[in-house]
Design a protein around this ligand. Structure first.
Ligand code: AFP
Length: 332
């Protein structure tokens, strides 16, 4: 059934939430929408204001910080703090969790405030990714340990895609809903849904083939299996855009672990981050009829041991992820 559900109504459709959690979730959704709207306006002016370059710093991941990474960090920290509903905020841009509303907060939040920010230099698409978790009973006093324990209990995940239009995509686990920003009204309006991977799974494959010679043999075998098969290669280099296209059109995104080049660089554990890239996308993929794995097991079964943990990520429609798993499991 194709229907439109307002952003405000989403928490009311969730049977598993208490009344205070529904209200808290609504506030956090508004905060993401307010931050997304503000970022969309700022990003549009980026080239005119000379803001599309590096900020001259390196983040906790060892990656060059773009000016907009820091702006997005400040915008979303502010809007999320103002909800009064969030205890701790983990961000790609901060080494330690930030304590926002202390124990009065109902949730922990993990975010990548601006993913794919190296695309900004060419006015390419970027995104913001969020995952909201329910704190466990009797959680540890150490904020990182508390957030890690809550990861087993996600409440909702969402991303904002800043492209030719600005979209907000949300799941509470049962279905995926999308909203488009009307810049004139300053509101995210519902699009028809729910959003699901197309039947048949699609034919798009998104990966950085430039890294393939440094992948493990199984992933190289998967790449070889595509040759001559009916697939199309599409890769923007911004997870939110690549994932969203594959969700709408049918496809699979891969970022396997890659060995260092000439003794340096590389991402043997994968490049993407478990808490604020892989898990939120895995929740959205599952709710849309797809799956996400780390090369062997579901992303949602990977034990969280570090707030900035990296993980190999393969995510997309179920038939394409199952084909990937069959090929990497086959004896060489
Ligand atoms: P940046 O935020 O540094 O641009 O990284 C983006 C990202 O985390 C993810 O969004 C992309 O899919 C992936 O990295 C692209 O990485 P490669 O440039 O190594 O292909």
């Amino acid at each position: 059934m194709d229907e439109r559900v307002g952003l405000d109504e989403l928490p009311d459709k969730e049977a598993g939430l208490s009344a205070p959690e529904r209200e808290g979730a609504r506030k956090v959704l508004w905060a993401l929408a307010a931050g997304g709207r503000e970022m969309a306006g700022l990003l549009a002016l980026g080239p005119l204001k000379g803001l599309t370059g590096a900020a001259g710093a390196v983040n906790v991941q060892g990656e060059e910080v773009q000016a907009f990474d820091e702006i997005a960090q400040e915008v979303f920290t502010r809007t999320i703090r103002e909800t009064g509903a969030v205890r701790c905020l983990v961000s790609e841009e901060r080494e330690s969790p930030e304590i926002l509303n202390g124990s009065s907060g109902l949730f922990h939040v993990a975010m990548d405030p601006l993913d794919g920010s190296s695309n900004l230099a060419v006015s390419g698409p970027v995104g913001s990714i969020f995952c909201v978790f329910r704190p466990s009973a009797g959680e540890p006093s150490d904020p990182s340990a508390a957030v890690l324990r809550s990861v087993l209990s996600p409440v909702f995940s969402a991303y904002v895609l800043y492209s030719v239009s600005t979209l907000l995509v949300v799941t509470f686990g049962r279905e995926v809903r999308q909203f488009a920003l009307d810049p004139a009204r300053g509101e995210f309006l519902p699009l028809p849904g729910p959003l699901r991977f197309p039947g048949g799974g699609g034919d798009i494959v998104s990966l950085n083939a430039g890294n393939a010679s440094r992948w493990r043999e199984e992933d190289q075998r998967y790449l070889r299996s595509l040759s001559g098969a009916p697939y199309s290669a599409r890769y923007v280099g911004a997870l939110v855009m690549d994932f969203h296209r594959n969700l709408k059109k049918g496809g699979i995104y891969l970022y396997p672990g890659d060995m260092p080049k000439g003794g340096s660089g590389g991402h043997p554990e994968g490049k993407l981050r478990l808490l604020y890239e892989a898990i939120p996308m895995a929740l959205i993929a599952r709710a849309a009829g797809g799956e996400a794995v780390d090369g062997h097991r579901p992303i949602l079964d990977v034990p969280p041991v570090h707030i900035h943990q990296r993980v190999p990520l393969v995510v997309g429609s179920r038939p394409l992820v199952e084909r990937y798993l069959r090929i990497v499991a086959a004896p060489s």
